[in-house]
Design a protein around this ligand. Structure first.
Ligand code: 16G
Ligand code: MG
Length: 549
């Protein structure tokens, strides 16, 4: 056992015992997420890994976020953020899983082994930055994390209660502060300033119509939004003045977090959240519990609910950015693509390919997959239908946009807006606040109402259901199909294909959830009654399939 911190790691681990008989934990798409009561030893182990990761990356700051996003208040979770604000590099996930499943008596040994396997030099200083959402369990979990950071001689900064994207911002800002183009000031205030300055520039000739009401899921988004509003132009200001109403902001009542509100509730139920009192065509948005997702929606006359989900934000953003790139005379230089998952509504994909004539890529679920593919393009717009997404501008694109020499006042105008967007958009990860500002800018500049935005194409009727199965690991998809085809249980995909064939423009796929013990079934077809019928049949198929062995 060579690592100089191993003894301290062993001593501290005694205060974070792993309950015997606990189910194995897996570092998944959203890190570790579970009932908060089980998390203490897991978070301790994540602290150890954060220290190793920082040392391995020459002392760059690593972020640790304590959140369970849209899950109920009793849950919590923990995930690591890499130096540039991306998700933890995939090859390290197995180390996270191994450490999290190690009994505390063996923790020091497992830690030293990981350090050795990963070639970590324990003399390099480690630096970790921490934030948590509003869940009451968060504070004690930060204590467990800090125990691991102290045991490993790491420096750390605890930023307290923040949104997930704010922590991603701070991680990147910390690691780029001495670069030629720092990401932003290393402070929460710096985050608000960056966004508000960019918003004001992008809105320099425009004022949004009407007001915007934001359902904050009774979570940390309410804290961030209220703080941000202090940096916004005044409501009646002709450039960018916007009336924002904050709804579902009860962070003083932890049990109502995500309860009948928030982006996940709205998307999965395709209905307005509790407290909705919008008049026809009033603009509403919902964040999720850690404010990395946003969705828009409104009621038509007769209380008909119309959702403007991640696909809609992607098409709106792609349309607008492409127009700006054209107007700025950079069309030949910058390749733009849209990245979606299989959950994207078929009508959105068709619209992007046939009307916008842009390339669409489809990846498996989970932000890291979309982010990775989007980063291959000069400009990669990526969104999951659930509202999580952002736009990535490559280094090359940023340089070209920065250095372009406008040949006309119109080119200058387009470039000014494009430059502002590269600052307004949180390029580290989906960010409800930043994405919302982007949507507001686009709607104002294009003079779109929500009604006009919704009319750009018509969604295919669709539904997503959850089916409980004895063991979700019986379900696996064929690699390379972006989860659209099952390989396990054997023969099931053929049966689904035969079923789906019967419905006009039917499409349906089944995948194991990465965050819950269940499989999800998504279906769409030309008629809503066909969707319901198709899903009922597929659900039945799953229920009668004997357990694989
Ligand atoms: C996680 C993912 C989200 C994905 C969801 C799918 C991140 C940060 N979050 O919340 O992108 O849509 O899982 O959940 O990657 P599922 O696997 O249970 O369907
Ligand atoms: Mg979230």
């Amino acid at each position: 056992m060579s690592d100089q911190y191993a003894d301290a790691v062993a001593a501290a681990a005694k205060s974070h015992p792993r309950p015997s008989g606990a189910k194995p934990f897996v570092y998944g798409t959203a890190g570790f997420r579970m009932n908060a009561d089980l998390l203490d030893p897991v978070v301790y182990s994540v602290g150890l890994l954060a220290a190793l990761r920082s040392r391995k990356l020459k002392g760059q700051a690593i972020g640790v976020m304590i959140t369970a996003s849209h899950n109920p208040a009793k849950d919590n979770g923990v995930k690591l953020v890499d130096p540039y604000g991306d998700m933890l590099e995939q090859s390290w996930e197995s180390y996270a899983t191994t450490l999290a499943n190690t009994p505390s008596e063996e923790m020091a040994e497992a830690y030293a082994k990981a350090a050795k396997d990963l070639g970590v030099d324990s003399d390099i200083p480690a630096n970790v930055i921490i934030a948590r959402d509003t869940r009451p369990s968060g504070k004690a979990l930060v204590d467990a994390l800090v125990d691991a950071l102290k045991a490993t001689g790491s420096q750390y900064t605890d930023y307290g209660v923040l949104t997930t994207p704010q922590l991603h911002y701070l991680t990147r800002a910390t690691n780029t502060q001495n670069d030629a183009h720092p990401y932003g000031e290393v402070s929460v205030e710096g985050y608000y300033k960056k966004l508000s300055e960019a918003y004001k520039t992008a809105m320099r000739h425009d004022k949004p119509t009407g007001s915007l009401t934001v359902d904050c899921a009774n979570g940390v988004g309410a804290v961030a939004l209220k703080e941000f509003l202090k940096y916004m132009p005044k409501e009646d200001d002709l450039s960018g003045g916007l009336k924002v109403n904050v709804a579902n902001d009860r962070i003083d009542k932890p049990e109502v977090l995500n309860e009948k509100c928030g982006a996940d509730f709205v998307k999965s139920g395709q209905r307005a959240p509790e407290g909705f009192n919008g008049k026809p065509f009033d603009r509403w948005a919902s964040y999720d519990g850690d404010a990395d997702r946003v969705l828009y929606y409104f009621h038509e006359e007769g209380s008909i609910f119309r959702l403007l989900d991640g696909d809609r934000i992607a098409t709106l953003a792609a349309t607008f950015i492409r127009e700006l790139v054209q107007k700025a005379g950079l069309e030949e230089d910058l390749q733009l693509a849209v990245v979606q998952t299989a959950y994207a509504n078929g009508a959105s994909t068709k619209y992007i390919e046939d009307v916008l004539k842009l390339k669409v890529e489809c990846t498996p679920t989970g932000v890291k997959h979309l982010h990775h593919v989007a980063s291959r393009y000069d400009i990669g717009v990526y969104f999951e239908a659930n509202g999580h997404g952002t736009v990535l501008f490559s280094q090359n694109a940023q340089r070209k946009i920065r250095k372009a020499d406008p040949q006309s006042p119109a080119e200058l105008e387009a470039l000014t807006t494009l430059r502002a967007l590269t600052e307004l958009i949180n390029q580290t990860v989906g960010d409800a606040l930043s994405d919302m500002l982007l949507v507001e800018v686009i709607l104002a500049q294009k003079e779109y109402t929500v009604k006009e935005w919704a009319a750009t194409y018509e969604d295919m009727p669709n539904r997503l259901i959850k089916v409980l199965v004895p063991d979700k690991s019986d379900y696996a998809t064929v690699p390379g199909t972006a989860e659209r085809k099952l390989e396990k249980p054997a023969g099931m995909q053929d049966k689904i294909d035969v079923l789906v064939e019967k419905y006009r423009n039917g499409r349906c796929f089944v995948r194991a959830s990465g965050t819950e013990d269940a499989v999800r079934v998504y279906g769409e077809a030309s008629a809503a009654y066909d969707v319901d019928d198709m899903l009922r049949n597929v659900e039945q198929l799953i229920k009668v399939t004997p357990k694989a062995n």
